[in-house]
Design a protein around this ligand. Structure first.
Ligand SMILES: *[C@@H]1O[C@H](CO)[C@@H](O)[C@H](O)[C@H]1NC(C)=O
Ligand SMILES: *[C@@H]1O[C@H](CO)[C@@H](O)[C@H](O)[C@H]1NC(C)=O
Length: 432
C-alpha cells in the first residue's frame, strides 16, 4: 500500500519544485529595436507570457532589482530614450482575478549610448582602374542589429559648405554594402552613407567621407598641370587645364583636399577662365586630388598634387610607360649654397645617393612605388607614387606575334627534324 503510493508522492514533489502546478508559465522581456540603443531612439519593452493570450493578464515591471513596480503595461515605450532610462528590467504577469501568475522573467539589460559613429570604408582600395570591382562598406559602430543604409555623393558648391546628393540607386546599398562590379570614370567622387532603424525612424549622423578615384584607359579629357610635376613649392603660380579630346563639353577643375572639402575652381582658391584654372600663389593647403569634370558628370584621371615648403621631388604627373626612361630630381626653393647631392628613397629604402638627379633608363613594373628624396640638413620631400603602365597594345601584339610564329613554325620544324633523322639512318644502313 505505502510502496504503491511512492511514485505518486515523487511526482507531486517534482511538480512543486519545477513550479508546474502551483505557478504559471514563464515571462520573458523583449526589447525593440535592440538591447543596445542610442539616445533619442524610440524603445519598446514588452513582457510576453509563454503560450498565453495577452488580454486576460496584468503585468508588473521591475527595474534594477527594486521592489516597487515600475510600470503595469504589457508594453512600455520610451519615446526618446536617455541614459537615465537604461537599466536591468524584469517582469511578470498575473491573470485578472488572481487565479494564476507567471514566473518572473530573467533580467534584461537596456544600454543607452550616444549617437553611434557610422564608419564608411572601401574594399579593396580607393584608387581604381576602370573595370575594377569595388565595394563601399557602411557600418554602425558597436551595433549588430539590422539597419537600413542610404548612400550619397558630395556635391561641390560655391559657398563654403558641402552638400550631399542621394544616389539614384541608393537602395542597392540598403544592406550596408554598395557594390560596383565594374568601376567607370564617372564613379570618381566622394561618398558618405547614413543609417536608420525603427519606427518612427531613428537616423544616425552621416558617416566619414570616402573618396573613390578611378583612372581609365582613355578618358575624354586630361588634366594638364603646369609646371608639369606632382609636387610644387609654396607661393608659386600653378595652371591646371582640362585638355579635351572633343570640343563638345564644358569642363571645370575640381579638387578634394585633405581637410575634406570638395571644391570647384572658384574665387576661394583659384580662378577659372575657359577650361583653365589658375592658382596665383600655392599654399600647402592646396595639397589634394584634382580632376576635370564636365557638366554631365564625365571625369578625367584624378591627379595627386602636393604643395610643400622648400624641398620637393620632381616626378611625372601621369603613369610612366614600361620601357621608357624616368628622371627624378630633387629641387630646393631657397639655396644660398648649391646642393650637389641628395639621397633618393623608394618605398623607404635608399636607392641612390650621388647627385640631385636620378635616372632610370628602362622602366619596368618593379619600379612602381613611393619615391622621395632626403638631405641631411634640408629635410625630406613629400612622397610621390609613381605608377608604371604596360603599353597595352604593344604587349598584346608581341605576345600574340610570338605565339602565332611559334605555332606556324612548329610543324615545319618537327617534320624537318624527322626527315633529317630518317635520312641519316637510311644513309647509315646503306653505308653498312
Ligand atoms: C556612368 O556612366 C554609365 C555609362 O558609362 C552610365 O550608365 C551611368 O548612368 C553613369 N552614372 C552616373 C552616376 O553618371
Ligand atoms: C595618389 O597618392 C596616393 C597615396 O597618397 C596613392 O596611393 C595613389 O596611387 C596616387 N595616385 C596617383 C594617380 O598617383
Amino acid at each position: 500500500m505505502e510502496l504503491c503510493q511512492l511514485p505518486l508522492v515523487l511526482l507531486l514533489i517534482s511538480n512543486i519544485y519545477s513550479g508546474q502546478t502551483e505557478e504559471g508559465p514563464k515571462a520573458k522581456v523583449r526589447i525593440k529595436p535592440d538591447q543596445h540603443v542610442f539616445r533619442g531612439e524610440t524603445v519598446t519593452l514588452r513582457c510576453d507570457i509563454d503560450g498565453e493570450r495577452v488580454s486576460s493578464w496584468k503585468y508588473s515591471w521591475y527595474k534594477d532589482g527594486s521592489v516597487s513596480v515600475f510600470s503595469e503595461l504589457q508594453e512600455h515605450t520610451f519615446n526618446s530614450v536617455t541614459e537615465s532610462d537604461a537599466g536591468k528590467f524584469s517582469c511578470y504577469g498575473a491573470k485578472r482575478g488572481g487565479s494564476r501568475t507567471s514566473h518572473i522573467s530573467d533580467e534584461v539589460t537596456l544600454t543607452v549610448s550616444n549617437k553611434p559613429r557610422l564608419v564608411l570604408s572601401v574594399s579593396p582600395q580607393k584608387w581604381l582602374t576602370e573595370g575594377d570591382p569595388v565595394t563601399l562598406i557602411c557600418e554602425v559602430e558597436r551595433s549588430s542589429t539590422v539597419w537600413t543604409f542610404s548612400w550619397f555623393t558630395l556635391t561641390a558648391s560655391s559657398d563654403y559648405g558641402n552638400h550631399y546628393k542621394l544616389l539614384s540607386d541608393s537602395s542597392r546599398g540598403a544592406g550596408g554594402n554598395y557594390t560596383v562590379s565594374s568601376a567607370a570614370l564617372n564613379h570618381t567622387g566622394v561618398y558618405v552613407c547614413s543609417a536608420e532603424r525603427g519606427k518612427p525612424a531613428y537616423n544616425t549622423w552621416y558617416s566619414n567621407k570616402q573618396p573613390l578615384w578611378v583612372t581609365g584607359v582613355s578618358p575624354p579629357v586630361s588634366l594638364i598641370i603646369s609646371p608639369s610635376r606632382t609636387q610644387h613649392f609654396t607661393s608659386v603660380s600653378l595652371s591646371l587645364s582640362c585638355e579635351e579630346q572633343s570640343n563638345s563639353e564644358r569642363w571645370r577643375v575640381r579638387r578634394y583636399t585633405y581637410n575634406g572639402w570638395l571644391e570647384d575652381c572658384s574665387s576661394l582658391w583659384g580662378s577659372q577662365t575657359g577650361s583653365t584654372c589658375k592658382i596665383n600663389s600655392s599654399r600647402t593647403s592646396d595639397t589634394g586630388v584634382y580632376w576635370c569634370q564636365s557638366e554631365s558628370g564625365e571625369n578625367s584621371h584624378p591627379v595627386n598634387i602636393t604643395v610643400h615648403l622648400d624641398m620637393i621631388l620632381e616626378s611625372p604627373v601621369h603613369p610612366v610607360i614600361e620601357g621608357d626612361s624616368l628622371t627624378l630630381r630633387c629641387l630646393f626653393q631657397n639655396s644660398t649654397l648649391p646642393i650637389l647631392r641628395v639621397d633618393f628613397y623608394k618605398d623607404g629604402s635608399l636607392i641612390q645617393s650621388q647627385t640631385t638627379e636620378m635616372i632610370i633608363s628602362t622602366v619596368s613594373k618593379s619600379h612602381e612605388g613611393f619615391y622621395y628624396c632626403k638631405h641631411p640638413e634640408r629635410g625630406e620631400s613629400p612622397k610621390s607614387w609613381i605608377s608604371v603602365r604596360v603599353s597595352h597594345s604593344e604587349s598584346q601584339i608581341s605576345v600574340l606575334h610570338t605565339l602565332s610564329s611559334v605555332l606556324t613554325i612548329c610543324p615545319y620544324l618537327l617534320v624537318t627534324v624527322m626527315l633529317i633523322f630518317k635520312c641519316c639512318r637510311m644513309r647509315g644502313i646503306t653505308a653498312e
